[in-house]
Design a protein around this ligand. Structure first.
Ligand code: SF4
Ligand code: FES
Length: 241
């Protein structure tokens, strides 16, 4: 017989222009289930109007990011046992620093557009011929096909970033990490963006992004390395190669 807990989920709710509120739901759960399972159970058995994002359920799509008791988590791989205890109240809120669409769903468009600005597109335009014969047309060296290694575009790093909370113009952890991944030597066209006032120097080195990243991208370390790359590129501009 699997272990059973009684848990109260306290969920952030907000539709259209309504004032935000919290709704509570008491559930019987197996503590080895994931936070996303508990949210889905609320939707399935208590309130079909609850909005939340999910797709793969195995930490690949990056859709299920939420704040769990105030900490950014990929909810499909966060066991209830790791974040709460029997009889407790578990508060679940949408990611910060993104506009709220409905309840736990935020508009991630700003992150996707910033990733495109740094050549790391989340979605690629491909033709039928490219799908049929990818080897003949796919050029991994082509800048428009570059992705940030291991990044799920989940937005957890943006939500946790104290600088992103103060200015929407800041490029943010994942886009800056994507520039670092490509390298200033191979992509000098990205230097003005990295070196801009909303680029690498605006980071306050809080390392909150690295603390919450579920995919070990380590954006904070990459931003520190990008600073070194930017200084090197500017020195090369002054003194030549
Ligand atoms: S860097 Fe990490 S936290 Fe940020 S979007 Fe990518 S996977 Fe998510
Ligand atoms: S549902 Fe895809 S990463 Fe969680």
């Amino acid at each position: 017989m699997p272990e059973q807990w009684t848990l109260t989920l306290r969920l952030y709710r907000q539709k259209a222009n309504e004032a935000p509120r919290y709704d509570t739901f008491t559930l019987q759960v197996n503590p080895d289930e994931y936070v996303l399972d508990a949210v889905e159970r609320v939707w399935a058995f208590h309130d079909r109007s609850l909005c939340f994002r999910h797709a793969c359920h195995h930490s690949t799509c990056g859709a299920c990011g939420m704040r769990v008791n105030g900490v950014e988590k990929l909810t499909c791989i966060t066991p209830l046992r790791a974040v709460t205890q029997n009889g407790a109240v578990l508060t679940i809120e949408p990611l910060r620093n993104f506009p709220i669409v409905s309840d736990l769903v935020v508009d991630m468009g700003d992150l996707y557009r910033k990733m495109e600005r740094v050549n790391a597109r989340a979605v690629l335009p491909v033709t039928e011929a490219e799908i049929e014969h990818p080897a003949s047309t796919w050029n991994p060296e082509d800048a428009q096909y570059l992705r940030l290694s291991d990044c799920l575009e989940c937005g957890l790093c943006i939500s946790a970033c104290p600088v992103a909370a103060t200015t929407a113009a800041y490029l943010g952890p994942a886009p800056l990490a994507a520039i670092q991944d490509q390298g200033m030597r191979r992509h000098p066209e990205l230097l003005p963006l990295a070196d801009s006032e909303d680029g690498v120097w605006r980071c306050h080195s809080a390392f909150e992004c690295t603390a919450v990243c579920p995919s070990f991208v380590d954006p904070a370390r990459r931003i520190m390395d990008l600073r070194r790359q930017v200084v090197g590129a500017k020195l090369r501009q002054v003194f030549g190669k």
